[in-house]
Design a binder for this molecule. Structure first.
Ligand code: 5RP
Length: 222
């Protein structure tokens, strides 16, 4: 199977996983990226079974609305029953690197507010140690140089992602050459750098479930 076929299979598996949670008042959190897009297209087939969604990016909100699925402001809902999103990397403890699509801040906010976080990914995303994928950091533009110098002190090699402005009006640094042996500690350390909005480590709040599309079928890690 191709990577796209694995993503499609895992998007369909995500629907099976959340179907029992869908009720008339259910709000579904929806992530960002190519895997999340496939999930949105599958979710549209069940749009009359639940109330609506909150989206982690303008792009996902547009795709949801295009299917006629209601999109609420996070501030307008009391509970997000389940959040479905992809990842750039996951370790076996379901700590993630996210933000390849520059949506990490809103993704982290929606994940933090959700009762259950279901990550969906093809098998290429599962790693023993996080960090081969450069760690995205959203920064306030005027602080970019300062944050980059502090990241070098942590052992990383930050690279400015040119021509990308996040939905929040900020910029992205991608940090190469990090061996992330303690994701919780590194997430905290990077968040303490003045000028950092969010970093792409999801370790303080990892995924609860990882649905992994493999050539041998869907694997569920919890
Ligand atoms: C966007 C993300 C995505 O979840 C991540 O980049 C994975 O994307 P894809 O499903 O296209 O491989 O974090 O900010």
């Amino acid at each position: 199977m191709t990577q796209d076929e694995l993503k499609q299979a895992v998007a369909e598996a995500a629907i099976e996983h959340i179907l029992p949670m869908l009720q008339a008042d259910t709000i579904v959190g929806v992530g960002t990226g190519s895997t999340a897009n496939l999930f949105i297209d599958e979710l549209a087939k069940h749009k009359h079974r639940f109330d609506g969604t909150v989206a982690s990016s303008e792009a996902s909100a547009q795709r949801l609305k295009g299917h006629g699925i209601p999109v609420y402001s996070l501030n307008a809902v009391n509970e997000v029953r389940v959040y479905i999103d992809g990842a750039d990397e996951s370790d076996h403890h379901l700590n993630l690197i996210k933000g390849g699509g520059a949506a990490l801040t809103r993704e982290k906010i929606v994940a933090a507010c959700s009762d259950l976080f279901v990550c969906i990914a093809d098998e290429s995303k599962l790693v023993d140690v996080l960090g081969a994928f450069p760690l995205p950091i959203e920064v306030i533009p005027m602080a970019r140089g300062h944050v980059a110098r502090e990241l070098v002190k942590l052992g990383g090699t930050p690279v400015y992602r040119a021509n990308v402005i996040t939905d929040n009006g900020n910029q992205i640094l991608d940090v190469h050459n990090l061996d992330i042996l303690d994701p919780v500690a590194l997430e905290q350390s990077i968040n303490n750098i003045v000028g950092v909005v969010t970093n792409g480590l999801f370790a303080a709040r990892p995924a609860d479930v990882l649905l992994l599309g493999t050539k041998d079928g869907i694997k569920t890690l919890e």
